[in-house]
Design a binder for this molecule. Sequence first.
Ligand code: ATP
Ligand code: MG
Length: 412
Amino acid sequence: MVVFLLVNMLKYVRGDNMDRVILIKYGELSTKKDNRNYFINTLYNNLKNKLNKYDVKIHKDRARMYVEFLDKDLNDIKNIVSKVFGIHTYHIAYIVDSDSNTIKEKVLSAVKEQKFITFKVETKRSDKKFPIHSQDYNRVLGGLILKNIPGSKVDVHNPDLWITVEIRENNSFIYFNSYKGSGGYPVGTQSKGMLMLSGGIDSPVAGYLALKRGMTLDAVYFEAMPHTSIEARNKVISLCKKLSCYTDHINLHIVNFTPIQEEIYKSAREDYMITIMRRMMYRIMDKLCHKYKGLVIVNGESVGQVASQTLTSMNVINSVTNMPVIRPVACFDKLEIMDIARNIDTYDISIIPYEDCCTVFVPRHPAINPKLSIAESEENKFDYNSLIEKAIDTINTIKVTSEDDNEFKELL
Ligand code: ATP
Ligand code: MG
């Protein structure tokens, strides 16, 4: 039945005069057994969603997906496909009948459009009814190219052009290049995490890595206007937009943190201000997880990076919540985090220097090894519960997508 459907749909591809498809090979999900279909269907839906502006058709089977496209859209589509998690590699492949003469004809005409001197042919014959063995067919196609392309030479180790021919039942695929996909699991195969998103370098990278594991995300930004600026907020929205390229959309919850911060500044011991501020953030995150059905808190903490990220500080801060906290960059060097930030295009935004709420009230000597009892007695100097309630009641939520036109208008 599956084969029958596949035959029909690929016939359809070619009936429409499309002779190329994007051939997608799955990432880590190829190791999934029982819920493999769930992963494939999620990937299929994500891809469909992301490509809905384009005239495409997507077909799937247990091993790969095929995207029919219009030539004019190819670059845009490649750009999108490269950001969809769950894809290991993809190829721009010619699709032909699995018939030797047709394959030879197409290989030759396609190869003629390429610039190369040395080449290698690699045949993968999964259709054992095809009468010629892979190795023999490599020689057949190699001989054909040598004869028809003057000056060409075979180099099996380091060829200019690597020609792959996959012979499958009914249809065969011919391609030259492999493109690396983003790997990971399709977004939505896990539940939701609540990302603490500041304007810094680390938290967007943490968000990206969480999405890569298949989680969906809501983001939470604590702002302290007027001590922080509208530009600082816009910077976070821009970062959120970059992250949205990897998922459908992200709801960004903006928390007015000013009253809490001012109260901490007024009441608490200077060296405990950051510890307490972060305990307040975690308390709010805990409540937001329940409110928005997030199953984990995600943040960009990295062990030892600053005073609030020593293991002692993490214990004292973390003790206000029972929610699991995932810290994807906990054990990365800053330079490693910066490399990922550059790759996902968030770095240049992150380094724009606007004040964050954490940097506005920085004590000269924050406690590196805070004590839980001191943190508790310091924060009990004011009624933080009612301030937390108020902060949650006045949250402003923005739906952020990767699209340009609808981005910041859509208040939920
Ligand atoms: P980053 O760590 O992202 O470079 P940062 O250096 O401003 O930003 P840290 O002080 O290292 O942040 O805080 C550690 C983590 O706490 C951040 O990665 C982020 O997840 C969270 N965080 C800090 N400030 C905020 C904020 N204003 N809003 C939301 N989350 C925040
Ligand atoms: Mg940091």
